[in-house]
Design a protein around this ligand. Structure first.
Ligand code: ACO
Length: 319
């Protein structure tokens, strides 16, 4: 039977760091408020010259190096992003050209903060069906571009970055199970309700959300979908070596882990240093924990995403 497994992981954060204190110099907020309510201490912000495909390129190169795979071997590119370089062409096609890869399918996938989990589950289907042997799955975002930097309720939460994995075919898993869910009736809870029409922005180009509602919804569905993914693999909570939930807020992460019954020392947290990088948050956290040696080959990892749409999902895998 054909399976897919992660052969290499890479991450990239733009060098410019914005601390809470820097934000507090021009907004009615404080380092203490942001840390206490969110666990966030700082975030990275991309240079205006960098698009999400540029961040994706750096993360992809690092993932390919880690996998010891040449870019020419890639036969599928999925970029999960809600902040693409352009309306079109897709950031995935731009990334393909920057990597010097030709002909393979390349497309963007839009599931907001669940995007990487959606992308990984999609690539797994391509690999298991024999349509791809070596897929590049990237989460890349420049959420700094869709922040109203005068809105203290949202702009303190997000950051820019990219994370990537190389997913290859193999005869043992790899990915054991994936579960994807969505509920479009909850679209208004978290959105950027604007578009471009006739040369003008119609609606709002800035992120809007109902924070307390998002908080409750996220904890509920991350618990449910994590359990569903484990059940689909005939696994239990005790089988999980590491939990990597979407990095939105340390209180959401703590509450999710508590509900699932996973102890804090098995939970990877990067939101303190990265902020919420949306589709990039899960692969960036995976990259940090692989590189610092916590996640080792053979470890079983539960990845979870939740975000606008609303969308949510989980992938359970062996590294
Ligand atoms: N600094 C200081 N005060 C602030 C700030 C800030 N940055 N932001 C909001 N406040 C104020 C509010 O104006 C409000 O003041 P008021 O009582 O005078 O009206 C007060 O703090 C409390 O506001 P709440 O929104 O009730 O604060 P809460 O404790 O719920 O925390 C937060 C807000 C951090 C947004 C929380 O609701 C949350 O984390 N929600 C989840 C949202 C999230 O993580 N979104 C990320 C995207 S979603 C995703 O990725 C799944």
């Amino acid at each position: 039977m054909r399976h897919s497994r992660i052969a290499g992981v890479g991450g990239f954060l733009p060098p410019r760091v914005v601390t809470n204190d820097e934000l507090a110099q021009r907004l009615d907020t404080s380092d203490a408020w942001i840390r206490e309510r969110t666990g966030i201490a700082q975030r990275h912000v991309a240079d205006p010259s960098q698009g999400s495909s540029d961040l994706a390129l750096e993360a992809s190169r690092r993932a390919l190096d880690a996998a010891r795979v040449d870019a020419a071997a890639i036969d599928l590119i999925i970029v999960a992003t809600s902040t693409p370089d352009y309306i079109f062409p897709s950031s995935a096609c731009l990334l393909q050209a920057k990597l010097g890869v030709k002909n393979c399918p390349a497309f963007d996938l839009q599931a907001v903060c669940s995007g990487f989990v959606y992308g990984l589950a999609t690539a797994d289907q391509f690999v298991r069906s024999g349509q791809a042997k070596c897929a590049l799955v990237v989460g890349a975002e420049v959420f700094s571009r869709i922040m109203d930097w005068n809105d203290r309720g949202t702009c303190v939460l997000f950051g820019d970055g990219a994370g990537a994995v190389v997913l290859v075919a193999g005869d043992r898993p790899g990915i054991h199970s994936s579960v994807l869910r969505a509920d479009g009736t909850q679209a208004g809870m978290l959105s950027v309700p604007g578009n471009v029409s006739g040369g003008k922005i119609i609606g709002s180009p800035y992120l809007q959300m109902n924070g307390p509602q998002v908080f409750k919804f996220a904890v509920k569905v991350l618990d449910e979908v994590g359990r569903e993914a484990l059940a689909a693999a005939d696994a239990t909570i005790d089988d999980v070596d590491w939990l990597i939930p979407h990095q939105a807020n340390v209180r959401i992460i703590d509450a999710t882990a508590r509900k699932l019954g996973i102890p804090a020392h098995k939970v990877i947290v990067t939101v303190d240093l990265h902020g919420n990088t949306s589709a990039a948050s899960v692969p960036l956290a995976l990259d940090v924990a692989v590189r610092d040696g916590r996640i080792q080959p053979g470890h079983r990892v539960l990845l979870e995403g939740v975000g606008g749409g609303f969308t949510w999902g989980a992938v359970y895998l062996t590294m």
